[in-house]
Design a protein around this ligand. Structure first.
Ligand SMILES: N[C@@H](CCC(=O)N[C@@H](CS)C(=O)NCC(=O)O)C(=O)O
Length: 214
């Protein structure tokens, strides 16, 4: 059986887990923290989670795991079959990860560990987040799903990464990104009712509740 490594606190681990659930691919969860220790680096070259192990061979990076799942279990399809629509779906995933999650993540020491807000990060991350949100506004369809009328991997990535982003923007900038992206709030509410996402999210929220500084 495929092993899925990571921690329930992680939005990317939760993303991968929800993808396994949606695909009905059996998996075994292995709890491991991201780390630069040699044992973790041997399986995940950047030391990040999630990563998977298939027949003793590791694979990291969430959207690569999406692609692998789609190849081994084509149904239910979580990418459009049309090549252009599929590429547009992946474009949304990239924007969410690189231009929203990544700048928001720079505040992780403050949001997760109660470190003082770094003024340089405070000033640098906000314009980056503004640009990322502007890009998402241009791409997101919310019709009702992010890439159109069909649920895709982009919805799983968007749900977990945008909620993570919003946790950070709310705490650091007192800024709910849904206020600046019409349709985002209702879209996240809709996805939050989907059984796979609801189940995985509730485990993540429970882990977060015991962890985040009050
Ligand atoms: N690009 C990676 C991002 C994964 C990621 O950032 N995971 C976080 C946990 S949510 C992590 O492992 N952080 C530790 C680190 O960056 O060293 C992916 O798509 O899987």
């Amino acid at each position: 059986m495929i092993k899925l490594y990571g921690i329930n606190l992680s939005n990317y681990f939760s993303t991968a887990k929800a993808a396994f659930v949606e695909k009905n691919v059996p998996f075994e969860e292995v709890s491991v923290m991201p780390s630069q220790e040699p044992e973790v680096l041997a399986l995940s070259p950047m030391g990040k989670v999630p990563y998977i192990e298939v027949d003793g061979t590791p694979l990291s990076e969430t959207n690569v795991i999406f692609d692998y799942l789609e190849d081994i279990q084509p149904q239910p399809a979580l990418y459009p079959s049309d090549a252009w629509a599929k590429a547009k779906t992946k474009e949304i995933i990239r924007v969410v990860e690189l231009y929203l999650d990544a700048p928001a993540r720079r505040h992780l020491p403050s949001v997760y560990f109660g470190a003082p807000v770094d003024q340089t990060v405070y000033e640098q991350a906000r314009p980056d987040l503004d640009k990322g949100l502007r890009a998402l506004k241009q791409l997101a369809r919310f019709a009702p799903y992010i890439a159109g009328d069909t649920f895709t991997f982009a919805d799983i990535a968007a749900y977990f990464q945008l909620r993570f982003t919003n946790l950070h923007t709310t705490k650091i900038y007192d800024w709910d990104i849904a206020d600046d992206l019409p349709g985002l709030g209702a879209y996240l509410d809709l996805l939050g009712q989907r059984p796979s996402i609801k189940a995985v999210d509730s485990v993540m929220q429970e882990a977060l509740a015991g962890f985040l500084p009050k």
